[in-house]
Each structure stands twice: as structure tokens, then as C-alpha cells.
Write a protein that binds this ligand. Structure first.
Ligand SMILES: [Cu+2]
Length: 415
């Protein structure tokens, strides 16, 4: 007995010591890799600041590309909602846009293969350090989380205010508390009526005695004339409450706008510059080496020599460190954990001349593949990878190409 008690105590202590660890992430790595690598590719994402006070705003903006190799098992982006990923209501979303069109409602008809820009304005509410991501919710597919940055909020939470002036000029001091007492009054009022009604019946002998009465065929004893009177009075009372409540509310707020549903639509951005045609040859993931290797044939269709600068997938940015334009494209403020240290290694790094075709092997080796839980593409029924390649010409102009195809797991290097 004593042994068992000790065991329970030890197990409980262990469990609580594990639970005590603070949760730093909020599921951004939980989405299946085939969704993170082959649907929404976020790029050029910036955060206007990483430290702010309560009531200050931070703007998250950038672009996203919808990959042509959209998985069959994922719903197409026919209806999407732009949102933010942060641990709870630590910030309030005050504005959101897709292609500069307000995105407070859902947006319909996004086109696979095209690009859009987005902007989120978030107002700090709770003091702390919060990981802030843009998120695209796709109807039927779920949330695709963009890159996250740690934002430090300081100040006094009690100072947080969310004021608003309505279309009719009514000034609301704080949306957090507006109308709350009215809602509570209605909930409490109806709760009280319900409680009185239940107590009216509960005060009498209950189940067994009533069952015996029914068994003896004397249902007439179950409901007294007084019950009928109380029921009628309650009915009249409820009708009066609803009627008076409705009349008073409509006279106090004569102009009401119902909650808005429906959806918006926007044409995609003009196609970004495209200088290089990609012919996918082969991709492998080297399990012990934690390395994703790609073999592609690149053809330069532009009139300028271009070089590979960056490969991006699932918010990871593999940078060709031998190309200054590519290195310069990564802001010093961009989250370091999303820029793998080993970068992108190219076996033929010399610029691709106009019209030239070349077979190029790209190597991305980093523990990030494991850390970001991207290697389960090896056990998917549809083992494919996808991403974006950025190219730079001599003048620093950037162009973009998609790359995607099947991937095979290997245990020693074959590319
Ligand atoms: Cu996060």
C-alpha cells in the first residue's frame, strides 16, 4: 500500500514538473509538411517593430505565393481568411488587408500560382513576449502559419483601451467592456426565471412518488391548478420581458447594422518577374545528413545573367551566402531561426547566362528540417516537396520561380 502511494506521488510530481515548462510555440510546426511546403509560401514578411508598449501597434506585412503544385488532398483557396497567430488575445487585430483591400471578412477566389500581398495591424494588449505570425485560414484545409517573430510588449495592461466611434457618431470608450453589463443583465435575468421555474417543481416529492402516482393512474394529481396559474403567469411575464426589451433596445439604437457576413474578392498581384524556367529532375532527403538535395535544370529566359540566391519553403530561407544580393535581402531583423546557418549550397554557382540551360544541384543541409518537423514528408502517401527559388541579376533585380516534385528518402548521398 505504502509503495503504491509513493509511486502515485512520484508519478504526479514528475507529471507536474513536465507541465511546469512554459509553452513557447503554439502549433506552428504541427501542420503536415505537405501543406507547409506546397500551399502558401510567405515571403518579404516584415514586422514594423519587435518592442512596443500597451496600446501601440505593430504592422506585419509581406507577400504570399500560392504554389501551383497544391496538394490534391487540400481544399483549394476558394475561401480564405487572413488572421494572426499569437498565444490568445494578447494583441487586438485592428486592421487587415489583402492587396490593400480590407480583409475583415473572408476573401474568395484566390488563384493558385499567383501572388498577393497582405498587411496586419496589431495593437498590443497584454504585457509579455509574444510570437506573432500571419496566418492564412483556408476553408476546408485549415490554417497555414507564416513566419513568426517575438514581440515584446511592455507597459501597464490596465491602460489598454479599444475606443471606437460608430457610423452614427456614438463614441464607445472601450470595446472590451461595451455592452457587457447589458449582456450580463439578460443572461442573469433569464437564468433567474429558469431557476425559479425549476425550483417550483423541485420543491415537491420527486421521481419515485410521482412514478407511483402515474402507476396508479392518477396523473391528475401531478399538476395542480396552482401549477397552471404559475405557468400562465410565467408565460405572460416572458412575453412582456421580450416585448419590452425589444422595444426599448430598438428605440435606444434605432440604426442597427447586423454583423456582416459574405466575402470579398481581389485580383492577384501582377506576376512577379520570372527569369528562369525550372525543370525538376530529382529531390532527395538524406535522413542521417539532415539534408534536402534538389537536382534541377535551369534555363535563363531573361536577357541578363542571373544567379540562384535563395530557396524558401515552409518559412525557412536557405540563402546562397556567396551571393551578396541574396545575403542583403535578409533583413537583420528577420527571425534568425528561420534562416538556416548552412544556407543554400550550389554545385555550379557561376551566373547563368541569358539563354543558357544548366543542370544544377542544390543542397540545403540543416537540423531545421528536423526541428521544424518537416521530415514527415518521407512517410506521406504523397511524398513531394515544393518551394520558391529566388534569382538575382547583376543589378540586384530579383525574379522568382517555383520548384516542386517528388522526393525520396535516402540514407547516403546520391545527388
Ligand atoms: Cu509562433
Amino acid at each position: 500500500m505504502k509503495k503504491a502511494t509513493l509511486l502515485v506521488w512520484a508519478a504526479t510530481t514528475l507529471l507536474f514538473s513536465l507541465m511546469d515548462q512554459a509553452a513557447f510555440a503554439h502549433g506552428e510546426r504541427a501542420t503536415e509538411p505537405y501543406i507547409r511546403t506546397r500551399t502558401v509560401h510567405w515571403y518579404d514578411v516584415t514586422w514594423s517593430t519587435d518592442a512596443l508598449n500597451v496600446n501601440d501597434t505593430v504592422t506585419v506585412q509581406g507577400k504570399f505565393h500560392l504554389l501551383n503544385d497544391w496538394p490534391d488532398s487540400v481544399s483549394l483557396p476558394n475561401l480564405v481568411f487572413l488572421s494572426n497567430g499569437s498565444p490568445g488575445a494578447v494583441m487586438t487585430r485592428v486592421e487587415s488587408y489583402i492587396n490593400e483591400i480590407p480583409a475583415r471578412q473572408s476573401t474568395k477566389g484566390l488563384i493558385v500560382g499567383r501572388d498577393y500581398d497582405f498587411k496586419l495591424v496589431m495593437k498590443a494588449r497584454k504585457v509579455g513576449q509574444w510570437h506573432l505570425h500571419p496566418v492564412m485560414n483556408i476553408h476546408g484545409a485549415g490554417a497555414v502559419v507564416g513566419p513568426g517573430e517575438w514581440i515584446t510588449v511592455s507597459g501597464n495592461e490596465a491602460d489598454f483601451k479599444d475606443p471606437l466611434t460608430t457610423l452614427t457618431g456614438n463614441k464607445i470608450d472601450d470595446l472590451q467592456t461595451f455592452g457587457v453589463s447589458r449582456v450580463q443583465m439578460w443572461q442573469f435575468g433569464f437564468g433567474l426565471i429558469a431557476a425559479v421555474w425549476i425550483l417550483w417543481w423541485l420543491r415537491r416529492p420527486l421521481i419515485i412518488s410521482r412514478w407511483l402516482v402515474v402507476k396508479k393512474g392518477r396523473e391528475d394529481l401531478l399538476i395542480t391548478p396552482m401549477d397552471d396559474k404559475v405557468a400562465a403567469a410565467l408565460l405572460v411575464l416572458l412575453a412582456i420581458v421580450v416585448l419590452v426589451g425589444y422595444t426599448r433596445t430598438t428605440s435606444e439604437f434605432p440604426e442597427l447594422v447586423p454583423l456582416q457576413s459574405g466575402s470579398l474578392s481581389t485580383p492577384p498581384l501582377p506576376k512577379p518577374p520570372h527569369a528562369v524556367e525550372i525543370k525538376f529532375k530529382r529531390a532527395e532527403y538524406d535522413v542521417p545528413g539532415r539534408s534536402m538535395r534538389l537536382s534541377v535544370e535551369m534555363t535563363n529566359t531573361s536577357d541578363q545573367p542571373v544567379s540562384v540566391g535563395e530557396f524558401t519553403t515552409a518559412n525557412l530561407r536557405f540563402i546562397n551566402k556567396s551571393l551578396p544580393a541574396a545575403v542583403a535581402a535578409v533583413s537583420s531583423k528577420f527571425p534568425k531561426e528561420l534562416v538556416p546557418r548552412n544556407g543554400l549550397v550550389i554545385d555550379h554557382p557561376e551566373p547563368l547566362a541569358p539563354g543558357e540551360s544548366r543542370l544544377v544541384n542544390l543542397d540545403t543541409t540543416d537540423a531545421a528540417w528536423e526541428v521544424e518537423r518537416l521530415v514527415s514528408f518521407l512517410s506521406n502517401v504523397d511524398s513531394r516537396m515544393g518551394g520558391l527559388l529566388f534569382f538575382y541579376d547583376g543589378k540586384g533585380n530579383r525574379s522568382m520561380s517555383e520548384v516542386y516534385g517528388p522526393i525520396v528518402p535516402v540514407f547516403k548521398k546520391t545527388i
